[in-house]
Write a protein that binds this ligand. Structure first.
Ligand SMILES: NC(=O)c1ccc[n+]([C@@H]2O[C@H](COP(=O)([O-])OP(=O)(O)OC[C@H]3O[C@@H](n4cnc5c(N)ncnc54)[C@H](OP(=O)(O)O)[C@@H]3O)[C@@H](O)[C@H]2O)c1
Ligand SMILES: *[C@@H]1O[C@H](CO)[C@@H](O)[C@H](O)[C@H]1NC(C)=O
Ligand SMILES: *[C@@H]1O[C@H](CO)[C@@H](O)[C@H](O)[C@H]1NC(C)=O
Length: 330
């Protein structure tokens, strides 16, 4: 039988695709990433004596980032909502890096009360913080109210990091020189700004658009917070990790999860997805650079227009300060 007639029978054709074409494609994709991603190994930044806080550190990108920071000598605080999953990641990172400077902290980013008590604990543990990675995020939830009256997606992806970053401002400034890194998403381009979304009201949202909008809000503050922190030695930047095969779709309908799995051969794995985030954490050439949004290829990119409007940013800032009661603090 000729090769052609073998391949044209449906069973063998499918077998050919699965056994040869898919692995070849996968290899091509991996080589492409190898060439195009930032050269992490070539970066010599050492973090001995530095303290880093990573939210959502128990899985995906957050776990990979934490592991690399620990490997470079940082004291890493893994801020997770589940003690059990957090402890699992801690044990794993400890085994991989032999670091004895890992610490588990409990925080639910969708709850302002939980953030406040986490910060109280954290500041006792570590009055100086050199690196804050706002990584925790959710997607796939319909509009859902938290007990505090916020929308779950917006609370986790935007209000939580807003409150946490503001409460840690003193500790970041005390460190002398510090970086805040927000893990945003290219999906922000599909969002729009409506402050009412924060409390589970406001304009219509198509499936998972609350995710896109919450990430857009995160970017809107880039300029605002960077301005406020000018001259303090603290820089804030945000970055898109690209499309990464992680647990991020775990709350989505099965069809979306299936497609995500099917297409995952083209996606980055968590280690590769962590590289743009680590670039913002480690690259020496970013000293002093603040208020920027980086694409997943580590290039400074303009965020969507809505996120660059200073009036919108100021109004959103005011609203969020009020929602988080930051105006009632000294
Ligand atoms: N994967 C992608 O393609 C992609 C693309 C663009 C941006 N991102 C962003 O990358 C970040 C990391 O996501 P990932 O892809 O690594 O997904 P992941 O594996 O699902 O990780 C998300 C992490 O956030 C934590 N988290 C969720 N809700 C939380 C809450 N209320 N309080 C505390 N922690 C919470 C999760 O903890 P549990 O284990 O307890 O749920 C988990 O550790 C997210 O901000 C995501 O939006 C991802
Ligand atoms: C990071 O997120 C916080 C909270 O939403 C925000 O205040 C800050 O401006 C963001 N920074 C950047 C660079 O996006
Ligand atoms: C935001 O609040 C400040 C101070 O309370 C106020 O001066 C400013 O006009 C407000 N800006 C917007 C756009 O709401």
């Amino acid at each position: 039988m000729s090769l052609w007639s073998l391949l044209s029978s449906p069973v063998w054709g499918l077998g050919f695709v699965l056994l040869i074409l898919v692995p070849l494609l996968r290899l091509g994709v991996q080589i492409w990433y190898k060439i195009h991603l930032w050269d992490l190994q070539g970066c010599s930044t050492d973090l001995t004596g530095k303290t880093a806080v990573v939210t959502g550190a128990n899985s995906g990108i957050g776990k990979a980032v934490s592991q690399e920071l620990a490997r470079r000598g940082a004291r890493v605080i893994l801020a997770c909502r589940s003690r059990e999953r957090g402890q699992g990641a801690l044990t794993e990172i400890q085994a991989a890096t032999r670091s004895n400077r890992l610490l588990l902290g409990g925080v639910d980013l969708s709850s302002m009360a939980s953030i406040r008590s986490f910060v109280q604990w954290l500041l006792r543990e570590s009055p100086e913080i050199h690196l804050l990675v706002n990584n925790a995020g959710v997607s796939g939830f319909p509009r859902t109210r938290t007990p505090e009256g916020l929308d779950l997606t917006f609370a986790t992806n935007y209000i939580g990091p807003f409150l946490l970053t503001n409460l840690l401002q003193g500790a970041l400034q005390r460190a002398g020189s510090a970086r805040v890194v927000n893990v945003s998403s290219f999906r922000q381009a599909h969002g729009y700004i409506d402050e009412e979304h924060l409390i589970g009201a406001g304009g219509p949202l198509t499936f998972n658009q609350n995710y896109d909008c919450s990430k857009l809000l995160l970017a809107s503050f880039t300029g605002r917070l960077a301005q406020r922190l000018q001259g303090t030695g603290v820089t804030v930047n945000s970055v898109s990790p690209g499309v990464v095969y992680t647990g991020i779709m775990k709350n989505s309908p099965w069809l979306y999860r299936f497609l995500f799995w099917l297409l995952s051969i083209f996606f980055k794995n968590s280690k590769q997805g962590a590289i743009p985030v680590l670039y913002l954490c480690l690259a020496k050439e970013l000293d002093g650079i603040s208020g920027k949004y980086f694409s997943s290829s580590c290039v400074i990119t303009l965020p969507p227009k809505a996120a660059r409007d200073p009036h919108v940013a100021q109004s959103l800032w005011n609203t969020t300060v009020r929602l988080t009661n930051l105006d009632k603090m000294d």
